[in-house]
Write a protein that binds this ligand. Structure first.
Ligand code: S3P
Length: 167
């Protein structure tokens, strides 16, 4: 297998870390939300609005089965709820990108496209329910992770170099 799977809350930087890691260390970066959007030829936001969350979770399952069967030697970034997939441990080594909720929120709103970043995330529509979801998920993320990587207030370069040294 030799895949690395990045899990963690919405906006923590899973896609950014995966792409930077892939470029520096010559791997393919695969993102589960991108796979789902290309599978459906629709945006995640539209899938949630038209078919609801359970339909989206079924697509994540399809994706998880395909990753287990067909993907090797890659770095995989996942949607924030993908960690619940039953076969996740068979896909690769699981790395949690760990950061406090406040810092994740600050990171999103500091982005030049902040409103777009929030708008495309159906489960991040208001800060209180997002924070509640974060608090519910954090212990579960920690339980499933093989490795916990602190990314709070760190440079991307340091994060990917540490990731390389620990996997
Ligand atoms: C979700 C996170 C999103 C996306 C979907 C659901 C979640 O991905 O998969 O909106 O359940 O946390 P990001 O973590 O990339 O925002």
């Amino acid at each position: 297998m030799n895949n690395v799977i990045l899990i963690g809350f919405m906006g923590v930087g899973k896609g950014t870390v995966a792409r930077a890691y892939a470029k520096k260390y010559d791997r393919f970066a695969i993102d589960t939300d991108d796979l789902i959007e290309s599978l459906e030829n629709r945006k995640i936001k539209t899938i949630f609005a038209e078919n609801g969350e359970s339909y989206f979770r079924a697509l994540e399952k399809k994706c998880a089965l395909w990753l287990e069967k067909s993907v090797r030697d890659s770095i995989i970034s996942t949607g924030g709820g993908f960690f619940k997939q039953e076969n996740i441990k068979n896909i690769g080594k699981i790395v949690l990108l760990d950061s406090s909720f406040d810092n994740i929120y600050k990171r999103i709103i500091a982005h030049p496209n902040a409103s777009k970043k929030l708008a495309k995330r159906p489960l991040f529509q208001d800060i209180n329910s997002a924070k509640k979801l974060y608090n519910e998920r954090l212990p579960l993320y920690k339980e499933i992770a093989d490795i916990i990587l602190n990314v709070e207030k760190r440079e991307l370069k340091d994060i990917i170099d540490e990731l390389h040294s620990i996997i």
